[in-house]
Design a protein around this ligand. Structure first.
Ligand SMILES: *Cc1c(COP(=O)(O)O)cnc(C)c1O
Length: 382
């Protein structure tokens, strides 16, 4: 009787929706450790910038291979504070990819500086180093490469250009925790790098969180002050700072989850490789790894392209597969940036019209992964 019931449940689950991202299932794997982490903060009575934040900062710095990591409230703040600490101000121009999540661009605007949009490489969706040089003017102060969808940018040419023109580099690592470019972890190349621990990221908190990494001691100290009202000593304000601190509870949870990040990234890589080898449909363009090193991609998102993207999305949903679009509207077409309304960026626009993100979360079952492939391979574009 019980066995028959279990079998029935199994048949039902096989037919249910394949979620794009099941955060409950992701965190449930660590329930005991997370429970203990939360309890320890409750017991300690210390909630902000304490032992847990310090511990997690040290662990994260070591994970990235950098000297300093400073916890902040979220990924956007990590980028805003990085630019602020490096002295970016009104009138400065910052080079940024035209196809990124809006946060990268908002961080530049928040400092009064001007974002200069540069088109990506259509094959790997990251900023095209060749297009950077043409965008440099006497006002250019920094380049902000975004390791989009989890894939490390071409850091060699980017760092060479930065050196040649004496520009700073601030990496946006919000989607790429643990991605390796030529034996070096992202977040360790530039003057500063910003990470996000938004719940859906490869390393996600249970709320908001962010981190800045740097090898520069002076900048690290300045960042520590800026995140806490510009102050080292309580009620003495050295800088016009912000309130952007990492909670002890989030730090304790993230410290638990950091221990499993490599394993999860490996699971994502396995799913991605299975998709790459088995999805065979002439109307689908699969993502490309631009670097020989497999670890250069941590597959935050598995992004395919299809001319009739919206139709494909509907077909997949009709077949119980959730997908997502990263992103439907390019930054230069957003109402928030009316100044760019006449700007034409064909590569970005093509990408935004055609991309579709398939589920690639580390808790997917073998059956789910196989079903995604089967259903996609059966798709016929009308
Ligand atoms: C998520 C994200 C951010 C912002 O992080 P939050 O923690 O949500 O503020 C910045 N840049 C990119 C590319 C992101 O994906």
């Amino acid at each position: 009787m019980v066995k028959r019931f279990v079998d029935l449940i199994k048949t039902i689950t096989i037919k249910t929706m394949i979620k794009f991202l099941d955060l409950h299932k992701i965190n449930e794997r660590y329930r005991n450790e997370i429970d203990a982490a939360i309890k320890s903060i409750l017991d300690s009575g210390w909630y902000l910038l304490g032992k847990e934040t310090e511990k997690f900062e040290k662990e994260f710095a070591s994970f990235c291979g950098v000297k300093y990591a400073i916890g902040v409230a979220n990924g956007l703040d990590a980028l805003i504070i990085s630019l602020k600490a490096l002295g970016i101000e009104e009138g400065d121009e910052i080079i940024v990819p035209s196809n990124t999540y809006i946060a990268t661009i908002l961080a530049i605007s928040a400092n009064g500086a001007t974002p200069i949009l540069v088109e990506p490489d259509i094959d790997n969706y990251n900023i095209e180093p060749k297009n950077i040089e043409a965008a440099i003017t006497s006002k250019t102060k920094a380049i902000m490469p975004v390791h989009l969808y989890g894939q490390a940018c071409e850091m060699d040419p980017i760092m060479s250009i930065a050196k040649k023109y004496n520009l700073m580099v601030v990496e946006d690592c919000a989607q790429s925790h643990g991605a390796i470019y030529e034996n070096q972890c992202v977040g360790s190349f530039g003057n500063c790098a910003g990470f996000s621990f938004y719940p859906g990221k490869n390393l996600g908190a249970m709320g908001d969180g962010g981190m800045i990494t740097t090898n520069d001691e002076e900048i690290a100290n300045k960042i520590r002050a800026i995140r806490n009202y510009g102050s080292f000593v309580k009620y003495e304000n050295l800088y016009k700072g912000m309130n952007s601190r990492l909670d002890e509870i989030q730090a304790a949870i993230l410290s638990v989850k950091l221990g499993y990040l490599q394993e999860d990234n490996e699971k994502r890589r396995k799913i991605a490789n299975y998709y790459l080898e088995n999805i065979k449909n002439p109307v689908i363009i699969l993502p490309k790894i631009s670097n020989d090193n497999e670890k250069s991609h941590v597959w935050h998102l598995f992004v395919i392209r299809c001319e009739k993207r919206d139709e494909l999305k509907k077909y997949l949903l009709d077949n119980d597969i959730e997908t997502s679009i990263h992103y439907p509207i390019p930054p230069h077409k957003q109402n928030a940036y009316m100044e760019w309304k006449d700007l034409v960026l064909p590569i970005s626009e093509k990408i935004h019209n055609e991309v579709l993100s398939l589920p690639v979360s580390p808790v997917m079952t073998k059956e789910e992964i196989e079903r995604v492939v089967k259903i996609i391979n059966e798709y016929e574009q009308k």
